[in-house]
Design a protein around this ligand. Structure first.
Ligand code: IMP
Length: 437
């Protein structure tokens, strides 16, 4: 097995950082395939801890080659800042281990301004609750064919015309939002020092990724956000603007879907969402606050409090289907310790009857659906020292087996605490057998 996609099975923030970190030890190449600096993941290698938004997860490992794929939108200022931070920490070789797809689109300052103006001027029920990093407007430019690709940094004099074209298209929007139209020449001259840093990193990400897979190297295709934030498969319009699902890995990395061997889905033992939009199992009460406190559920990019709720099995089955998830990593099981009863949503009551698939069309229309819950017994014992399933308290074991059976997806890993070794590894898709982290 050499190409593994790691994808969030909920609304992002499933604890991908730790899982990706565990598996990057086995990966020779890590490719980020979608999204931009809206994602935030904490990397821990030894005693070193770093929060990155654009750089792929393998970046602190000397033997790992990292690729920013063409499905991404890249803010050049953020990227150069992250590279400098990693260098400052003693990884002077980072630029030799990093490739930026020349087809990735750039986030330019007007994308951030438009994203921010839109969010701040929208009525409360219409605001998406974006991260205000310019993600939506940059992808809008891409599909409108007025975007600027990283490869265009090679020729800044030609770039002025491209930016002018984009600004013309945005002018009515910026005026309606009360913003000021910037000058293309100013945008491009601010890009000059960044271009000098980024042009040497440009390359053909598709070729590099495909070659690595053909050479049987272990390649990790790292997702960002999560299935229910995917522009096609999420709770539209309260979604991000990219293809976060596993299929997005083929497009965003530039490989054929048949090159992917395994899809690993990550789900929390409960559910969270940051930003607006439907969240049927949300706990808008003390229990939700308890999960937020114990699970430290605050956005890693924006520090916004995350909305918390019970695990949604129809949602998980939906994610398993649209991603083709082969195995599940279940995270933050320890956060449920001490809860006398744990509820799991198993179906929905909708105006047209009970359904056990996620009624995403109803959620899109804002119609009310009522979750149907089953209740399981909780546990009080600490899970911190559990390293195999048999060490879990019986009711915790029952809970994880229940999730496995009811989702129809085998468990590959269970995380029982924030530290790297607080993990039960059942299967490592890179080596095809159980391995201690
Ligand atoms: P955008 O991606 O900034 O346009 O935001 C669109 C929606 O996706 C908002 O609800 C954000 O809160 C959410 N979102 C974007 N990135 C992440 C992430 O990495 N984790 C969780 N939510 C995210």
């Amino acid at each position: 097995m050499s190409a593994v996609v790691i994808v969030g099975a909920q609304w992002g923030d499933e604890g991908k950082g730790k899982i990706v970190d565990i598996y990057t030890e086995f990966a020779e190449v890590v490719v980020r395939y979608a999204g931009g600096p809206n994602a935030g993941h904490t990397l821990v290698v030894g005693s070193e801890k770093l929060v990155v938004r654009l750089l792929p997860s393998g970046i602190l490992r000397k033997a790992t080659f990292c690729v920013l794929g063409q499905g991404m939108v890249v803010d050049p200022t953020v990227l150069v800042g992250e590279i400098d931070e990693v260098k400052r920490r003693g990884h002077g070789d980072i630029e030799k281990r990093l490739l930026l797809s020349d087809r990735a689109h750039l986030i330019l300052p007007y994308h951030i301004d438009i994203d921010t103006l839109r969010e701040t001027s929208a009525p409360k029920d219409k605001a998406i609750g974006t991260t205000k990093k310019g993600i939506g407007p940059a992808y809008e430019d891409k599909v409108r064919r007025t975007g600027v690709r990283a490869g265009e940094l090679r020729n800044l004099s030609r770039l002025v015309g491209r930016v002018e074209m984009a600004l013309q298209a945005w002018a009515p929007t910026i005026a309606a939002l009360g913003g000021t139209l910037p000058k293309a020449a100013d945008i491009v001259s601010a890009l000059e020092p960044l271009a000098a840093r980024l042009v040497p990193l440009l390359g053909n990400a598709s070729q590099v990724t495909d070659d690595a897979i053909r050479q049987k190297k272990r390649v990790m295709l790292e997702g960002a956000q999560g299935t229910l934030l995917d522009v096609d498969h999420g709770t539209y319009p309260f979604v991000t603007s990219s293809s976060a699902v596993a299929g997005g890995a083929a497009i965003g990395a530039g490989i054929g879907p048949n090159r992917i061997d395994t899809v690993l889905g990550i789900t929390k033992a409960y559910a969270t969402r940051v930003g607006s939009g439907p969240f049927p199992t949300e706990l808008d009460d003390e229990l939700g606050q308890h999960l937020r406190n114990v699970g430290d559920e605050y956005g890693s990019v924006t520090r916004r409090p995350r909305r918390c709720g019970w695990l949604d099995l129809p949602g998980l089955k939906y994610a398993a289907r649209v991603n083709g998830i082969d195995g599940l990593a279940l995270t933050k099981l320890d956060v449920l310790t001490g809860m006398p009863k744990i509820k799991v949503c198993v179906a929905y009551d909708t105006p047209s009857g009970r359904v056990d698939d996620l009624p995403i069309d109803l959620l899109e229309d804002g119609e009310k659906v009522t979750p149907v819950y089953e209740e399981l017994d909780g546990w009080t014992e600490s899970l911190d020292s559990c390293r195999v399933l048999d060490q879990l308290p019986p009711t915790a074991r029952q809970y994880v087996r229940y999730i496995e059976e009811r989702s129809g997806v085998p468990l590959y890993l269970v995380s029982v605490g924030p530290s790297r070794d607080a993990t039960i590894v059942l299967h490592n898709p890179f080596v095809g057998r159980a391995a201690a982290p």
